[in-house]
Each structure stands twice: as C-alpha cells, then as structure tokens.
Design a protein around this ligand. Structure first.
Ligand code: NDP
Length: 246
C-alpha cells in the first residue's frame, strides 16, 4: 500500500492491540520495526513479524522510565543507522469520576499517555534533525476530542497530545519532520474488552458506520501518515472513529 522499505520505525505499546497492528502494517510495507513494550511482552510481536519474512525486533521499554526512553533512539541508531518513524502508542486508562479519582490515577495516566510522548519525541528529535527528516505519530483518542464521563485523566492526556503535536509540528517543519496525531474511536482491543457487552452495543449504536473499529483500521492510518504520500501533512489529527465524532 505505502512503500516504507529501509525505513526504521519504533512503535511503543507494540505487544498487543493497536500497537501490534501498527508494527505489523509498517513491517509489511518494508520498514524495520522496533517493537517496544514492558519486559518481554513485545517478543511475540517481533517473532510473528519475522516469521512472515518481515524485519522486526523487540525491545523492553517502560515508557514511564524517562532515562530508558532517552537511551532508546541512540541504541536504534547504533544498530540500524537511522530512525525515521516514531509511533507513540503505549497508553493506559484508570477510569473514575473526578470526585473519586485518586491523584495516583491522574499521575499514572498523564505519565504514560502524555509525558512519555514528550520524552520520546525529544529523544528522537536529534537523530531526525540530523537526517533532516522523520515522522512522529502520536496515538490520541476520540475521548481527547469530545470528552467522556469517568475519564478526565485520560481525556486530558489525549487532548494534551493534540496540542503537543501541533506545537512541535510548527517547531520542526522546516527540518522535514512531520508530527501528526491519530485519534481512534472505539477499537476492539483489551482496553475496550474491559467494558461490558451492553456498553459496547450502546457505543456501536452511536457510530454512524455501525461497528466498533479493529486495530488494522488505525494501523492503516498510521501507515499512511508515515509514508511519503503524507509528506505535506503535519499538525493534523486524523480521526479513525467510524464517524462517532466529526
Ligand atoms: P491495549 O491495552 O490493548 O495495549 C496497550 C499497550 O500499551 C500494550 O502494548 C502495553 O504494553 C502498552 N503499555 C502500557 N503501559 C506501558 C508502559 N508504561 N510502558 C510501555 N508500554 C506500555 O490498548 P490499545 O491497543 O487499545 O490502545 C493503544 C493506544 O490506543 C493507547 O494509547 C490507547 O489510549 C489508544 N486508544 C485506544 C482506543 C480503543 O478503543 N482501544 C481508542 C482510542 C485510543 P505491555 O504489554 O507492556 O502492557
């Protein structure tokens, strides 16, 4: 679909769900994919991709470990000589009404979903500036655009990503680096499987396209934004939500 042969891509949260699908789609298009998750969680993803003849490797990364995040781009350059695409996808929820939300739940969600993207983008910036090119793609959410009761922490983190990406896009555009956001709606993954079947049916009823999304729907959008075909697109928020928010 989009030619990415020889590009080196880092995908966080690549052990399952959306991140795993993104890693797969980028590898299928020829990219060398560094699939990151905690512990050995991304090993299955890398093994699956290499078994198909694509190029991938797993790394252990907790995105809230700032020192580890800062080291990773340098390590990728050492191994592969370049870093072209960074997809900041790792994310968590800790849902609770604000009245009952613990400060820890706020801090954990902001650290994983927003601050980690700051650290990762900053660490990737130096090699990308040297290369005079790169793609940074953050995975936000429809919840960052429209809000959702019980998710003030998550909505703040995901809306924060949009502001962050637009500001950074302006800083680095003259160096050939684009910064974009994908904002998925309700996608079938572990994250949404945690909600009841009835709630899923209720959500689907609010989606004009009449179904929940699948991880590949998001992966296709990311793959496009990573490609040469998207070279004139920056600071954009690409909704992948079946029309649930327009
Ligand atoms: P999953 O819960 O299925 O997967 C989450 C991924 O994030 C896992 O790979 C997990 O890795 C990783 N992760 C979580 N915390 C950390 C951490 N501290 N360090 C490193 N990796 C971490 O989620 P989804 O695939 O559904 O979501 C992916 C992204 O898409 C998230 O940012 C989410 O907010 C966003 N999104 C999801 C939607 C949906 O409907 N599913 C809708 C809109 C946005 P590990 O194996 O280490 O736990």
């Amino acid at each position: 679909m989009f030619e990415l042969t020889g590009r080196v891509a880092l995908v966080t949260g690549a052990s399952r769900g959306i991140g795993r699908a993104i890693a797969g789609r980028l590898a299928e298009q020829g990219a060398i994919v560094v699939a990151a998750a905690r512990g050995d969680h991304a090993h299955g993803t890398a093994a699956d991709l290499t078994s198909k003849g694509w190029r991938a490797e797993a790394v252990s990364l907790d995105v809230t470990d700032q020192a580890a995040v800062e080291r990773l781009p340098g390590a990728i350059i050492e191994r592969h000589g370049r870093l072209d695409i960074v997809v900041s996808n790792a994310g968590i929820t800790r849902d609770q009404l604000l009245m009952r939300m613990k400060r820890d739940d706020w801090d954990a969600v902001l650290a994983t979903n927003l601050t980690a993207t700051f650290s990762l983008a900053q660490a990737a910036m130096r090699p990308m500036l040297r290369q005079r090119g790169g793609r940074i793609i953050a995975v936000s959410s429809v919840v960052g655009q429209m809000g959702n009761a019980g998710q003030t922490n998550y909505a703040a983190s995901k809306a924060g990503l949009i502001g962050f990406a637009k500001a950074l896009a302006r800083e680095v555009a003259s160096r050939g680096i684009t910064v974009n956001v994908v904002a998925p709606g309700m996608i079938e993954t572990d994250m949404t499987r945690a909600i009841t079947e009835k709630a899923q049916v209720d959500w689907a009823a609010q989606i004009p396209l009449g179904r929940l999304g699948v991880p590949d729907d998001v992966a296709s959008a990311v793959c496009f934004l990573a490609s040469d075909e998207a070279s004139y697109i920056t600071g954009h928020v690409l909704a992948v939500n079946g029309g649930m928010y327009m």
